[in-house]
Design a protein around this ligand. Structure first.
Ligand SMILES: CC(C)(COP(=O)(O)OP(=O)(O)OC[C@H]1O[C@@H](n2cnc3c(N)ncnc32)[C@H](O)[C@@H]1OP(=O)(O)O)[C@@H](O)C(=O)NCCC(=O)NCCS
Length: 193
């Protein structure tokens, strides 16, 4: 698949980054996408309580401004969310990357909030989103490492991250608490060129 690249160091905020094998455009989400982003993530928290640290209950109380703040379109945003839209224009898959500002830690980026709606799974969309997130971090400059956490009960996501170059460097016991059990999380990282 061909990336629609931009010569500038910063990712274009209004242009598609990639046309995937399943003919979906991936682009950086903007504050105007906050409502759709919120709806998709609330569905994700409901459908996969094992996979995310946040609950639907916590996040549905957040204001739209809180969701918009994740999608700021400043030049060096603290976080960027990539999204894919289906042929009806509905947002169907997302992933976020956050960046640190401290001098000693700003070489690290964090991947968060990966979700592909059920009907769109198994078509390479998750992989395309991660690859675009890695490219975006690389273009930003100064990023050497991308980190993430993933529940040990999530073999699909673990396999996907491994196939995208992430390796486990730690295991956090009892990382999240559900009503009836605790779940450990793998800490994974990949190098960014
Ligand atoms: C995990 C998830 C993002 C995968 O998205 P997807 O678009 O279906 O994944 P892709 O089609 O890009 O698959 C890429 C690779 O992931 C792995 N993978 C995906 N689904 C898998 C499954 N059900 N079982 C095992 N491996 C799987 C495979 O290695 C696959 O490569 P292959 O097709 O060559 O075998 C999706 O299932 C999802 O949103 N799950 C719920 C939310 C979640 O777990 N998010 C991650 C939080 S850390």
């Amino acid at each position: 698949m061909d990336a629609i690249t931009d010569a500038n160091a910063h990712p274009p905020l209004d242009k598609p980054l990639l046309l995937t094998d399943c003919q979906m455009l991936i682009r950086v989400l903007k504050p105007a996408d906050a409502h759709a982003y919120r709806s998709l993530m609330l569905a994700a928290y409901s459908a996969h309580p094992d996979a995310f640290s946040s609950t639907r209950h916590e996040r549905e109380k957040k204001s739209l401004a809180w969701w918009q703040a994740r999608l700021t379109d400043t030049k060096q945003p603290g976080s960027v969310v990539l999204g894919a839209h289906d042929d009806t224009g509905a947002l169907c898959a997302v992933v976020g990357v956050s960046f640190k500002s401290q001098e000693k830690t700003r070489h690290k980026a964090t991947l968060f909030g990966l979700y592909v709606a059920q009907d769109h799974r198994g078509q390479g969309l998750g992989r395309s989103l991660i690859e675009q997130a890695q490219q975006l971090a690389s273009k930003r400059g100064g990023i050497k490492l991308m980190q993430l956490t993933v529940s040990e009960t999530n073999p699909a996501a673990i396999a996907l991250y491994r196939s995208c170059g992430f390796e486990q460097f730690g295991l956090e016991s009892m990382a999240i608490a559900l009503a009836d059990r605790y779940i450990s999380k793998l800490h994974m990282a990949c190098l960014i060129d």
